[in-house]
Write a protein that binds this ligand. Sequence first.
Ligand SMILES: [Zn+2]
Ligand SMILES: [Zn+2]
Ligand SMILES: [Zn+2]
Ligand SMILES: [Zn+2]
Length: 383
Amino acid sequence: MTITLGYAEPLDEDFHTEPFPSKIGGKPQWLDPRHPLPVDRVRCDECSKAMSLLMQLYAPEDTPETAFHRMLYVFMCRNGACHRGSANRCMRVFRKQMAEENPVYQEERDGEEDVVWVLNEQVQGSPACVVCGLAGTKACSKCHVRRYCSREHQLADWEMGHRAQCSKGLVEPTAAHQKKLQRMVYPELVIVSEEEDEQATAMEQSDDEGSDDEEIKAGDMALVPVTNEKAEDSQVEVDKAFLVFQRRIQSNPDQVLRYARAADSAEEREPLFVSDEGRPVIDDNVPDCERCGAKREFEMQIMPQMLNYLSIDSTDPTSIDWGTLLVYTCANSCDLDSDDDAEYAREVVCRQNFSSQGIGEKFVRAMHGDDSGITRQIESLTI
Ligand SMILES: [Zn+2]
Ligand SMILES: [Zn+2]
Ligand SMILES: [Zn+2]
Ligand SMILES: [Zn+2]
């Protein structure tokens, strides 16, 4: 097994009936619908607002048995200004898991072989916020129907259209209201996965082996826009890690996610760094699991390409940006509290930026062909 790559694709019709979806954006679909996360665990440490779901990934494990169903949730503050400091202040990763025998899902046979999981009919989901999908602990004081995680989202819903509706006794939002609600979360897309082909791995290795650093530098400089006088003047510096990164993703430029935990070799289970600078220091940035004391290990990384799917205005200088987001989780996928089904394990996320100012955004735009200069240069140099 190599690295598994994730790609963003539009939702198909049945998507919302899937029990364990892996997706970008939308509202969280809770592994245990009886226990959505409360907003107080998902507030930004900078601005105190509720974060939005960036993505969720179904990532079950064979051991321990309690990780038979396992879901990772990544939340992020929507305010770009909050993203200057540590990623753990403006982003949050949670792990939720349950054993094969559990009160929420039951196994059904679909034909001879296939097992499908269906939500147990007796399970009553807890109300979720109509705006963000976090635990809906508050209700509209007039209609008592619409539920919210916080006063902030209650006010937002009121302004977006519930004010007019509630007084008419209508609780189903109008199309216009619905549209506004959709803008309060990131656009929803399914994450489909595919193993990384060997060509991509080989490409990086062939360049990595048998040539010393000097050679790599000389050859690689061709990939930066040296023909562009402006770029030459501004001395865009590209370090070796960035070039290895760029080569590795070249054959699969649309990847939004790299899942490394199931890879065979220890080397493959390492992150693909975007720069020689700013690599997380495990002892400083990635503490051992607070629950069981085990080391946290690298599980997956979110690629800069995901930014393209979030409807972020990248011309805004304060907009959210990253080189890559590295997610570290308890190596044991240790048990959550067996007496408390509402328990979630908080895990760790680290952000690595591209080394030179602006490379990230330019690079991403170039990959998607909507930047004039640099795209042409990269194309002409890599074909
Ligand atoms: Zn914030
Ligand atoms: Zn909410
Ligand atoms: Zn109401
Ligand atoms: Zn643990």
